[in-house]
Design a protein around this ligand. Structure first.
Ligand code: NAD
Length: 506
């Protein structure tokens, strides 16, 4: 690191077309939840302002040029202003901000953002951490807290993230614990950050046993961005943001979905006006869902619906990370044994499991791409379980195709169906050992649906068999093996890369 309705009502539905006509229990329909009107919007010639009222917190989002300067000026207006959500804000004199960048955002935006704060009359320091999930660890949190102490930061100093979801998760967590809470703001520079991560108050760091396992709710004083920042985002990171945006549009309903469908080309071209509109719509929808249950006190929480596509998505990330790790371990072992003629047998016997869990950070499949495949999978399940029409499935496929989010080849998952199933059953949405999926029959109608194991198997088999190699392999998997996996005992395959995977998108 460098310094410089909710709805508890029980319903049952019959699964269509299953031999067992299995019951799908406890769907809580998002559309039955009264979404709180949580956002007011003001459009200006050069950008827009959204004011989010989440009940537990209220803060603005500014999407315009010179966002750091705007943020500085906005925070000054809060001094002496007492609101229902917050006591009157105190700032240091002179006013002081410490920005937290990763090495990419430091290089791309660091100097400009420092200049904007200085122009606004603020003192500024900068902390930089490595880019990527490796920064979301308790070790980095400790280093950051020590660096803040060395810089003399106190509760009236503002810690401001500059970057995507990784920086906002990390800065949010540090700001929540340093001196039992300091001020927080976000300058968001990725599409995932803007449409999802920065909004909603969730912060997180990873443990070796799982992603996003430690965190708290910590809302910022404001979120700002210049959508022009997104012009420099690598294509892969950009389309991952489009996946979360497509998910949001489908959850929000017909109008937003049709708007995205009509604008896919301009979105891929990163048209500034269209991008700004997309971000504003996504934030507005997410804020409404968050406001209906800000800290997930309800069972089930309306926030669960934001995980549409994420159940299979997380399984894809975990399984491909395991396979990637195992492949690398085998290659290393091979190289070592080739080099050493005198190696003792036990020394070279260290492959194929990842007890530290570090492989979790190494999935070759980016999160948004895995989520998009999850949406395809869940739409097919929805045909069976919530009476989705085939036209919905095809429509969603076409939308994802048009956003450069093609269907994934199931060969990436390997052929160990028992292991894949076991990874599913580590999902956070498990209730009473039953797996729950977010399914929808059409845009705007997500339901949380408990899916029986045999229906999951059917859909997994169907997906895996879309690839010939997998088709052969899967046919070799006999029912005995699947029964074996039901009991989750004596499982074969790699040690789990991620024991648990806390949801991102809530
Ligand atoms: N708290 C939440 O509610 C929530 C929701 C969704 C995701 N998340 C978290 O967000 C993280 C993913 O966020 P992300 O996709 O923004 O990743 P990220 O923060 O790693 O950013 C992606 C990459 O782009 C670089 N970058 C950032 N802005 C750039 C720009 N404008 N131009 C060029 N490069 C730029 C970064 O340095 C990084 O290498 C995950 O850790 C996930 O768990 C949290």
């Amino acid at each position: 690191m460098q310094t410089s309705s909710p709805n508890n009502e029980k319903k049952t539905a019959k699964a269509k077309g299953t031999s067992s006509d299995a019951e799908v229990a406890n769907p809580a329909t998002q559309s039955e939840v009264a979404l709180v009107p949580a956002v007011t919007r003001q459009d200006f010639a050069d950008g827009l302002r959204l004011d989010l009222n989440l009940g537990v917190a209220a803060y603005p989002v500014f999407l315009m040029a010179k966002p750091a300067q705007l943020l500085a000026r906005y925070m000054e207006t809060l001094i002496g202003q007492q609101t229902a959500e917050r006591q009157s804000l105190r700032l240091n004199d002179p006013k002081r901000v410490i920005i937290l960048c990763d090495e990419n955002t430091a290089e791309l935006f660091g100097i400009d953002i420092e200049t904007q704060f200085i122009t606004a009359g603020w003192e500024i320091d900068a902390l930089t951490v490595p880019a990527g999930e490796q920064a979301k660890t308790l070790a980095v949190v400790e280093q950051l807290c020590e660096a803040l102490a060395t810089l003399g930061a106190n509760r009236n100093t503002v810690l401001c993230s500059v970057g995507g979801g990784i920086m906002s998760d990390l800065a949010g967590f540090v700001a929540g614990i340093y001196k039992r809470g300091m001020h927080l703001a976000h300058i968001s520079t990725t599409l995932v950050g803007l449409v999802d991560a920065a909004v909603g108050g969730k912060t997180a760091v990873n443990l070796p046993t799982g992603k996003n396992q430690i965190g708290m709710y910590k809302h910022p004083l404001a979120i700002v961005s210049d959508p022009a920042y997104l012009q420099q985002l690598p294509e892969e990171d950009y389309v991952c943001g489009l996946a979360e945006a497509a998910k949001t549009a489908l959850l929000a309903g017909e109008e937003f979905t049709a708007w995205v469908e009509a604008n896919t080309e301009l979105l891929l071209q990163r048209d500034p006006a269209i991008l700004r509109e997309l971000i504003a719509r996504c934030i507005s929808f997410k804020a409404s869902v968050v406001a209906s249950d800000p800290h997930e006190d309800n069972v089930p929480s309306a926030r669960l619906s934001l995980n549409y596509g994420h159940t299979l998505g997380h399984v894809i990330e975990t399984v491909t990370a395991q396979r990637f790790y195992d492949q690398q371990a085998q290659q290393t072992e091979q190289a070592e044994s080739d080099q050493s003629e005198h190696r003792q047998p036990e020394e070279s016997n260290q492959t194929s499991s990842d007890p530290s869990g570090e492989a979790a950070l190494g999935s070759p499949i980016p999160h948004g791409i895995a989520v998009a495949q999850g949406m395809r999978f869940e739409a097919r399940m929805a045909m069976q379980l919530v009476e989705a029409d085939a036209s919905f499935v095809l429509r969603q496929d076409a939308l994802l195709d048009a956003l450069n989010l093609p269907a994934l080849d199931p060969a990436i998952m390997g052929d160990d169906l028992a292991n894949i199933t076991e990874v599913f059953y580590r999902d956070k949405k498990i209730e009473n050992s039953e797996l729950r999926f977010i399914l929808m029959a059409n845009p705007g109608n997500p339901e949380i649906v408990t899916v029986p194991r045999e229906i999951l198997y059917d859909h997994l088999r169907a997906w895996l068999s879309e690839h010939t190699r997998c088709s052969d392999s899967v046919s070799l998997l006999d029912s005995e093996r699947l029964e074996h996996s039901d009991n989750a005992e004596g499982m074969t395959g790699a040690e789990p890369a991620l024991q648990a995977h806390e949801e991102d998108s809530q």
